[in-house]
Design a protein around this ligand. Structure first.
Ligand code: HEC
Length: 138
């Protein structure tokens, strides 16, 4: 025997509404999980900008300028006095080395002189890197 349980109309509406909300929540989640260049710029200005310049005419400040950082050898700008550790670091900055350095600079270049507490959130790092990548040609 089949038991037929009709769902009352208001209930069905609720189910529909629930599905809509779930879909909306999923959509916002995916949007948030993506790296965001504007967020990266804001983050750069707030946390890295105290020590670093980037963009047209950027010069060394408390830290080296970061134009064209992707593919740049560590410790390579001419107008900045690096720590011996950074001068001797045999590495080229790319997405992986930069991510790791921003998370925990000492794990990548032990004894370097960048005093920065680090950012753990990969999504924030991705946004930052997206912004830095847009500064490659300066
Ligand atoms: C408190 C100042 C300070 C802050 C904040 C800071 N840095 Fe630095 N950074 C430095 C200094 C100083 C060096 C040079 C380190 C050395 O010579 O050992 C450096 C070096 C670097 C280098 C290596 C550059 C090269 O030419 O090899 C990168 C890349 C870098 N920082 C990225 C960042 C990013 C991205 C942020 C923000 C998330 C940041 N830094 C925040 C001071 C800072």
């Amino acid at each position: 025997m089949t038991v037929f349980l009709p769902i009352p109309l208001p209930c069905r509406r609720l189910v529909g509404l629930g599905l809509l909300i779930t879909a909306a929540a999923l959509l916002t989640q995916t949007a948030q999980a993506e790296a965001d260049i504007a967020a990266g710029e804001a983050l750069f200005k707030r946390v890295c900008g105290n020590c670093h310049n980037v963009g047209p005419g950027a010069r060394a400040a408390f830290g080296p300028q970061l134009n064209g950082i992707f593919g740049r050898h560590a410790g390579a700008t001419r107008d900045y006095r690096y720590s011996p550790a950074m001068q001797q670091a045999d590495l080229v900055w790319d997405r992986d080395t930069l991510s790791a350095f921003i998370k925990d600079s000492d794990s990548v270049v032990p004894g370097n002189k960048m005093r920065f507490w680090g950012i753990g959130d990969q999504q924030k790092i991705d946004s930052l890197l997206l912004y830095l990548k847009a500064q490659q040609d300066h």
